[in-house]
Ligand binder design. Structure first.
Ligand code: ZN
Length: 187
């Protein structure tokens, strides 16, 4: 990975690096935990540059509509206040990290960190123009978040080394779709 140069107007957004999405969790992503040391480097670089760090989390009630028993597509995961919903223990989040909570609604899922969370407003108030994104999973919540960031008018860089897909095919499709939407893929 070539380390991004954070500058004024940049933010780092880390998507859903939670225990349930890592090996041993209830919806594990292959090598999901391998993004952690890379993200830690990015967090340090962002902090050195004075760029704000945002972190999203899936935070579901027990009968969330995305769960298979409710007719959804996923096994129950990231239940509120459980170990599985905690961030990976090695992720070194800064004390002033901005937390974005999603997936709490009873009527729909929210894959994107921008989906009715107010995130666009806080980024614009802080005069953020460019967002660097990493986290889990590339073909689900990272994809939706990066697409919404583009729709909201931000420049978006996806850090490829800092994300992993649920499936390799899904990951390849997501990269194609994101590139088409104007997201820069940073190797
Ligand atoms: Zn979820």
């Amino acid at each position: 990975m070539r380390e991004p140069t954070f500058r004024k107007g940049d933010a780092l957004l880390i998507v859903d690096v939670q225990n349930d999405f890592c090996p041993g969790g209830s919806l594990p992503i292959d090598e999901g935990d391998t993004v952690v040391p890379i993200l830690n480097e990015l967090i340090a670089a962002a902090e050195n540059a004075g760029a704000p760090v945002f972190v999203s989390r899936d935070w579901h009630p027990s009968n969330h509509p995305s769960f298979t028993p409710e007719g959804g597509a996923w096994p129950p995961h990231c239940l509120q206040d459980t170990e599985g919903a905690k961030f990976h223990p090695d992720l070194l989040l800064p004390a002033n990290v901005m937390l974005v909570t999603k997936g709490t609604r009873f009527d729909k899922d929210q894959h994107s960190a921008f989906d009715e969370t107010g995130l666009t407003g806080v980024l614009k108030r802080r005069e953020i123009r460019r967002i660097w994104i990493g986290g889990l999973a590339l073909d689900v919540c990272v994809r939706a978040t990066a697409l919404d960031a583009r729709k909201a008018g931000f420049q978006v860089h996806l850090i490829k080394a800092a994300t992993r897909p649920v499936t390799p095919e899904g990951g390849a499709d997501a990269l194609t779709e994101l590139t088409r939407a104007g997201v820069s893929i940073a190797e």
